[in-house]
Design a protein around this ligand. Structure first.
Ligand code: NAI
Length: 413
């Protein structure tokens, strides 16, 4: 088995992290019991590009146990945990990643992950899909399909499908109810605050926190920041979401108005250059900036570099830009996903749901032949994942009585 990681000797520490995560992943354990004997992925080759930390390792090891050959790249240089990569290799998953890899290394790893010739792709941000459509087209005929984890990846897939170039079916895990309602909202809500607190040791209460983007992620972070006592200002492009933020009790402003007032800025838009030169120019001394959107383009680092005299790592995970006029602006995790670059990412129980959807999507793709295009997770899978979660909590649902069923179908009152 070929692999490229930092140090295989780190495996014992990675194994501990994986064991810890697995105990809080009842839905994956349920699927392990359900599919374990049948091994529905026997004979498939899976290439994955995901944040390589302990929860992801639980998914990758299970995919392998269900019969697949699994090869994985880390989807972000700062979210890759070297000890987890080592443990994955010990468990027979080929890994190409190391913490802190350069952009060139990252794409080299993506190519190595694809070189195995996958039948199924598990992507987070659509770099595997984009690379196989541009540089490695000879692999396209062997690919049955894939699944995509995040909003920004789905956005890229939609563009590819609209241009008519998406050559195989892709399932949008992100758009399943069991995903975005919980992962994007509550997962990001908690883990972004966790990343911020771990790296800065700052008090949130009484601070003005500016949240760019009131989508599923932004709603979650606004809710948690506000619950910790912050004054929240939301910036938006979309009038409905802006008004929703207002109805939820937050102030809404544009970034030009918010920039001089914020103590902490968090971007969650999936867009580019949301905070840029004209905003940095008017920020307070000591302003803290973090991004939780998928790509590190939301906070314009080149502008920040041009406006500053020097940059230093003032605490682990904090880059302090000393501006020409003496102000300091602190950037968390190099502007990469703050919850993963400066923490362990989403809470375990949340990723249990998202990864159950990924696993079910892989099984579905192995069993079914679909035409190229972008697909939703089948509704019955989405519901079954949620039911398995509720069952693990001992929570029962009501069922409809025959009278209720008839009532719901009729139009006569
Ligand atoms: P969404 O589409 O629900 O929300 C994005 C919001 O940002 C929209 O309301 C949009 O109108 C707004 N927006 C776009 N450009 C803007 C601008 N220039 N200024 C202000 N608002 C703007 O997307 P979702 O699901 O909330 O995801 C947001 C980003 O977070 C994506 O990049 C996604 O891939 C990523 N993500 C990150 C996670 C993490 O662990 N950090 C977890 C899940 C998603």
């Amino acid at each position: 088995m070929e692999y490229r990681i930092a140090d295989r000797g780190l495996a014992p520490s990675g194994e501990k992290k994986i064991r810890w995560a697995k105990q809080y992943m009842p839905v994956l354990r349920f699927l392990e019991n359900r599919y374990g004997a049948a091994r529905p992925l026997e004979g498939t080759v899976i290439s994955a590009c995901l944040h390589l930390e302990a929860k992801t390792a639980c998914l990758l090891i299970l995919l392998k146990e269900l019969g697949a050959v699994v090869v994985a790249a880390g989807s972000n240089p700062l979210s890759t945990q070297d000890d987890v990569c080592a443990a994955l290799v010990e468990n027979g998953v080929a890994v190409f990643s190391r913490h802190g890899m350069t952009v060139e290394e990252y794409f080299e790893n993506v190519r190595s992950t694809l070189a195995v010739g996958p039948n199924i792709i598990v992507d987070d941000g659509a770099d595997l899909v984009a690379t196989v459509h541009t540089e490695m087209k000879h692999l396209l005929p062997g690919i049955r399909g894939g699944s995509e984890e995040t909003t920004s990846g789905v956005k890229r897939l939609k563009s590819m499908a609209a241009e008519g170039i998406l050559a195989f079916p892709m399932i949008s895990v992100n758009d399943a109810h069991s995903k975005y309602l919980f992962d994007n909202r509550y997962g990001t809500g908690q883990s972004v605050m966790d990343g911020l607190l771990r790296t800065t040791n700052m008090l949130v209460a009484g601070k003005t926190v500016v949240i760019a983007g009131y989508g599923w992620c932004g709603r979650g972070v606004a809710m948690r920041a506000s619950a910790m006592g912050a004054r929240v200002i939301v910036t938006e492009l979309d009038p409905h979401r802006a008004f929703e933020a207002l109805m939820d009790g937050y102030e809404v402003a544009n970034m030009a108005e918010a920039a001089p007032r914020g103590d902490i800025f968090l971007t969650l838009t999936g867009n580019t250059k949301v905070i840029r030169r004209e905003h940095f120019e008017v920020m307070k001394d000591g302003a803290v900036l973090g991004n939780a959107g998928h790509f590190d383009v939301e906070i314009c680092k080149p502008d920040l570099g041009e406006l500053s005299l020097s940059v230093e790592e003032s605490r682990p995970g904090v880059q302090t830009y000393s501006m020409n006029d003496g102000r300091r602006i602190h950037l968390l995790g190099e502007g990469r996903l703050v919850n993963l670059a400066c923490g362990d990412g989403h809470p375990i129980e949340i990723m249990d749901l998202s990864f159950a959807l990924q696993l079910e999507s892989a099984v579905y793709l192995a069993k079914n032949t679909l035409k190229p295009g972008l697909y939703d997770v089948p509704a019955e899978i989405d519901r079954a994942v949620m039911e398995a979660k509720l069952a693990s909590l001992g929570i029962s649902l009501d069922g409809m009585t025959p009278e209720q069923e008839a009532y719901m179908k009729s139009w006569v009152e």
